[in-house]
Design a protein. Structure first.
Length: 141
């Protein structure tokens, strides 16, 4: 009988520890969030009358930013201007547009409406697909 009571006590204790662990355990980690502007004032950027602007927000301390700028730069043409917006040189634009993560590629049409964005490392193919999909959106220039 004593063994049964001890076993029952151990089971109840284990259940209590498991219940406490579940209650005190931190919740599942959330995905990182970052801010993406919904509109860019085209006069803040080079060639404001160009049909499309791909603004690449970067920082000198970012290890992947230079590669994204290089990949994006190869996509520039008569209808698409690509501009790097480096934090130390253009910190006011990072603050104005609440950019808090780099690299961040933001595609805006002629009116300044942001049609698409891509955060983090990006290849030329990914950026090209982003631009192509945005050009297909109804109401874009």
């Amino acid at each position: 009988m004593a063994r049964t009571l001890i076993a029952l006590g151990v089971i109840v204790g284990a259940l209590a520890v498991a219940w406490l662990y579940r209650r005190l355990r931190p919740s599942n980690p959330t995905a990182p969030t970052y801010s993406v502007p919904t509109r860019l004032e085209r006069w803040d950027f080079a060639q404001p009358n160009t049909e499309w602007l791909l603004a690449v927000f970067t920082s000198k301390t970012c290890s992947t930013c230079a590669a994204v700028v290089k990949e994006a730069g190869g996509l520039a043409n008569d209808s698409l201007v690509v501009q790097e917006v480096e934090y130390r040189r253009h910190g006011e634009l990072h603050r104005r547009y609440a950019v808090d993560a780099v690299p961040l590629a933001v595609l805006a049409d002629r009116s300044g409406a942001v049609c698409a964005s891509l955060a983090g490392p990006a290849t030329a193919a990914e950026l090209s697909a982003l631009i192509a999909s945005a050009r297909q959106l109804p109401g874009t220039v």
